[in-house]
Design a binder for this molecule. Structure first.
Ligand SMILES: O=C(O)C1=C[C@@H](OP(=O)(O)O)[C@@H](O)[C@H](O)C1
Ligand SMILES: C=C(OP(=O)(O)O)C(=O)O
Length: 439
């Protein structure tokens, strides 16, 4: 009997018998969808969100906002095209319970929203959510006037006793373990009485494009934001108090979720087109054009989308991934198949993601015969011939997609709990099969 028959949660990763050639329509961005939901919930008037991502993380965000009184209704959008959510803000209130799952965006972005609500809002989530850092947000919110009960560990579970308003003001925060701390405080700040001045005091700051995404989205609905990039002080962001407009926003495809499909083109010497690739974006996944080109592919960005073409030969890279940390698992998988070693740097904070991603990638790639070592802030990957085996995923969607990339060119790779991809890409197994079928 095969191991996958004994253990139904083992998914035989499809093997590519040749070069892939497919067009893959990628669903909406998790990061844009969850920011848009929060901002629309805080706005002074109803708004529309078109082509929202519907995945575990975004449905948890929508459910949490509904629990606090926000209307989120299914609709077809004002021009009659595309699926959409109509978001109707209302007086935020408790009592309510928020299940954050293991969504960093939900566990970090919503406590400030809860502080603006009237009544107690209880936050709980998956076991891993208890281990992910939140203390800096809790302390900052207390400094800004919020009342929060937690167990003193600086993590979930906790209860925010919303007072219906928050003073706001100046706050120092060490966001070296997650950019989401800064984004969390900025997103709700237009509704704080004094707005906010966030001063990051830590040694490093990961995922800067995600902070730019927060700032851009705030500005696009009428908030006034000063940033280091707009001539302000380094590591200081200011948001003025003010009303937010209701908007009609179409969500871009999730470029980080496009990664496994582009990787498939790169490692099989094939070609994959992702329609609707934005020409301007704050999504970190846009950096894949440069990174995967350095690893041996070529791309063309046209009105039809991004077409990525590989030769089947992959080169190692030495790269600082601090701005684009969420791309690390997929890059590590590709690097394990390269013709030279790779060093991936600047991503120590990945130890605090869905799982300890540096440990998990090391363990699982080595489990297939690879030679990966952890460094203080990343991975060193020396490619070796790999063999089949079980690729454990630790409830991490990006581990599941990383293992699937390897399974394209290594026979008999079995992915444990591929369903964990539902966090941000529920249709992944079907999309992967469709890609191989050339659809
Ligand atoms: O704000 C966001 O939407 C995100 C910020 C990043 O978090 P970290 O700064 O914690 O890496 C990123 O890894 C995560 O997937 C999404
Ligand atoms: C780090 C990630 O997610 P989260 O939003 O839960 O932090 C991720 O999607 O890679």
């Amino acid at each position: 009997m095969t191991e996958s028959a004994v253990h139904p949660a083992l998914w035989p990763a499809p093997y590519a018998s040749g070069a892939v050639d497919a067009t893959v329509t990628v669903p909406g961005s998790k990061s844009v969808t969850n920011r848009a939901l929060v901002l629309a919930a805080l706005a002074a008037e109803p708004g529309w969100l078109r082509r929202p991502l519907r995945s575990r993380d975004t449905l948890l965000m929508a459910e949490a906002l509904r629990a606090m009184g926000v209307g989120i209704e299914e609709g077809v959008g004002p021009d009659g095209s595309g699926e959409a959510w109509r978001i109707i803000p209302s007086g935020l209130h408790g009592p309510a319970t928020v299940d954050v799952g293991n969504a960093g965006t939900v566990m970090r972005f919503l406590p400030p929203v809860a502080a603006l609500a009237n009544g107690p809002i209880r936050f709980d989530g998956d076991p891993r959510s208890y281990e992910r850092p939140l203390g800096a947000v809790i302390t900052a919110l207390r400094t800004l006037g919020a009342r929060i009960d937690d167990d003193g560990r600086g993590a979930l579970p906790l209860t925010v006793f919303g007072g219906g308003a928050l003073d706001g003001g100046v706050v120092e925060i060490d966001a070296s373990s997650s950019s989401q701390f800064v984004s969390a405080l900025l997103l709700s700040a237009p509704r704080f009485n004094l707005g906010v001045e966030v001063r990051h005091t830590g040694p490093t700051l990961p995922s800067l494009p995600h902070i730019r995404m927060t700032v851009d989205m705030l500005r696009s609905i009428g908030a006034q934001v000063d940033t280091p990039e707009s001539g302000g002080e380094a590591n200081v962001w200011r948001v003025a108090p003010g009303a937010l407009l209701g908007r009609d926003l179409t969500v871009e495809p999730d470029l980080s979720n496009a990664q496994p499909f582009l990787a498939a083109a790169l490692i099989t010497g094939g070609r994959v087109t992702v329609p609707n690739w934005p020409t301007h974006t704050t999504q970190p996944g846009d950096a894949l054009r440069e990174i995967f080109t350095a690893m041996g592919g070529t791309y063309e960005l046209t009105d039809g989308g991004l077409t990525f073409t590989g030769t089947g030969t992959v080169h190692g890279i030495d790269w600082d991934l601090s701005e684009v940390g969420e791309l690390t698992p997929g890059i590590a998988a590709v690097a394990a198949l390269a013709d030279s070693p790779s060093t991936l740097r600047g991503v120590a904070h990945l130890r605090l993601h869905e799982t300890d991603r540096l440990a998990a990638l090391t363990q699982e790639i080595n489990g297939l015969g690879g030679d990966v070592t952890e460094t203080a802030d990343g991975l060193h990957i020396r490619p070796r011939a790999l063999h089949g085996g079980t690729f454990h995923t630790y409830d991490d969607h990006r581990m599941a997609t990383a293992g699937s990339i390897l399974g394209l060119v290594v026979r008999d790779v079995r992915i444990e709990n591929v369903g964990t991809t539902a966090k941000t890409l529920p249709d992944f197994p079907q999309m992967w099969s469709d890609m191989l079928a050339g659809n």
